[in-house]
Design a protein. Structure first.
Lengths: 358, 358
């Protein structure tokens, strides 16, 4: 009577939201299983007011699982997602590990649900900053084509996990209540838990998310470039990003500049966005209406506003795009992929094993 | 024995920094006079540990003043700066009022100090967000030319005055200490004291600074466009800005994309910036070195980093530019203009009255 759904990384910031999204989902769920590291195994979380005991993520933990949502870090996905596939589950992976794998579709359901067809067991959920940009830009791409994107992000700390949220709150309290100078604050996680140096985020803006690649862009920035091309199935779209962390707990904002192939009328662009599923037009500057992070938190939608022509380029358009990075940027997009798989009759074991068991 | 220097708006966030910059200035100051509104007249402030009684700003307050630094809002400058000029003073105006006036040079000393020659009594100090961008880009413009700028700002609340700083601190405390939801916070000043609606800045990013103009850009955004053309003396430079307030008290950050006329080598660009007065190169991503707002506060310099080629445009360059908005963005640039006037022998009454007495 319904699917057995597993959440891997159930104790994380995204995992908590995945559980909530599954509680509210239309997906027929027969049984829920919550997996995490050995450290959390045995603890109890709730699903629809029922106690669920957390199990350890192991190679043999996926027997009987139909859908497994992974959000416990790239190395956990690399190690265990192939075992989940082997056990007959369909994996929706929220980490970056399989996003560029040729056999893993990279899906924002409103944009490219068709890519789910013929999946081989693992579907990748794009990076938070990419997803909301795709929802805003796909209606424009469909009508006028897309040549180029330049994006600067204003990303919330919850994208870096529960520890980053606590670090931000502690730093802010140390300045506001104890009078510390922001530059003297202790930092242990941000800008990137995996990098050597850590810097304060309170009253700061950090132009580093994830570690740096060889071309002086960060991995986060290159995710936006590579994932856009894969999702929109067009390697010719030029994308350069600057990804910045700011002292906001949840809700990513983005200043997006695009050049379209054909010149677009701004009124028509606004209409196209307003009519696109998952996108909400919030654009009435005469009444100071534009998207704001604090208003987007808790919503599954992507909010778009400040849409205006470039002052010089006829095919240039600027806009401001905001969404809840834990929901559409992660947990909701993952659960939405699961719902799409169900609606398309694609929740079944794969017939070809394309992912290496390690 | 030195100049009589007046500070108009002495009680404001910028006024306080102007007093500090004058204390540390090489300018020969014989007497300091502190002016403000009638409300503040009679209060006492310190200059070099001496008590100075604040006087009311009136039409007749400028007798004997050699240099008057204005930072009390555009309407105060509009009303009183011409009277200061008539009384024989040279005015350095930190408000937007005279910036586009054909007879008021708009000056960033490192970039266009030559524009001070033949002044007519009022010199305008550019907007904070423009100044730091000019310091970063002028060395590039000089060597390779500049076709185009796309900038997204991450601006601190102190640019909106002491009230905005207090509002931000109160909102953050209400969330951190009293558990309020950021979207339910009370706001009275930001995004713009002069606009109808006010929104919370705590844990938010507000894509509005100053009020909106007819073309759906804000005045702040249009300042960056118009001021860049005037300072660089080139109307052909294309500039489109997105100006955003973030919950940082001081220190503006900017994600700047440019296209040069000639293709520039990135190593040469870094060298040109490092050698430019007022600019500091902070760019070593292998060691996570890049400009940060918290580190820029208190410095007169503009910090530039994350310099890298666009991934697709051969003449495209991205960078991250940070400076203390109250210092180089306002008080220091104003005092620096006064120092330049002195060094060039230009502190004298004007011979032609070009500004209307109201």
């Amino acid at each position: 009577m319904g699917y057995t759904v597993a959440v891997v990384g159930a104790t994380g910031a995204v995992g908590a939201q995945m559980i909530k999204m599954l509680e509210e989902s239309t997906l027929p769920i027969g049984k829920i299983r919550l997996l995490a590291s050995a450290r959390s195994a045995g603890k109890v979380l709730q699903f629809k007011e029922q106690d669920i005991i957390i199990e350890e993520t192991t190679e043999t933990a996926f027997d009987g699982v139909d859908i497994a949502l992974f959000s416990a870090g790239g190395s956990t996905s690399a190690k265990y997602a192939p075992y989940a596939v082997k056990a007959g589950a369909v994996v929706v992976d929220n980490t970056s590990h399989f996003r560029q794998h040729p056999d893993a579709p990279l899906v924002v359901p409103e944009v490219n649900a068709h890519a789910l067809d013929n999946h081989k067991g693992i579907i990748a959920c794009p990076n938070c900053s990419t997803i909301q940009m795709m929802v805003a830009l796909e209606p424009i791409r469909q009508q006028w084509g897309l040549k180029r994107i330049i994006v600067s992000t204003y990303q919330a700390v919850s994208g870096a996990g529960v520890g980053a949220i606590m670090e931000t709150q502690e730093q802010l309290r140390a300045v506001l209540n104890d009078g510390l100078n922001p530059k003297d604050l202790e930092a242990k996680i941000l800008p990137s838990g995996g990098d050597k140096k850590h810097y304060p985020i309170a009253f700061n803006a950090l132009p580093q998310i994830d570690v740096f690649t060889d071309n002086d862009y960060t991995y986060e920035e290159m995710k936006m470039t590579k994932e856009t091309k894969k999702i929109m199935e067009d390697d010719a779209i030029a994308v350069s990003a600057t990804c910045v962390r700011i002292p906001v707990l949840s809700g990513h904002s983005e200043s997006v500049y695009i050049e379209t192939k054909e010149i677009a009328d701004i009124t028509a662009v606004k209409k196209a966005i307003a009519n696109f599923p998952g996108a909400v037009l919030e654009d009435d500057v005469a009444h100071q209406i534009y998207p704001q992070a604090v208003n987007a938190v808790g919503s599954r939608d992507t909010f778009v506003g400040r849409i205006r022509k470039d002052l010089d380029k006829e095919n240039g358009i600027h806009m401001w795009v905001v969404s809840d990075n834990l929901l559409k940027g992660a947990a909701w997009n993952s659960v939405q992929i699961a719902e799409s798989l169900h609606e398309r009759g694609l929740v079944h074991p794969t017939t070809e094993m394309k992912f290496e068991l390690k």
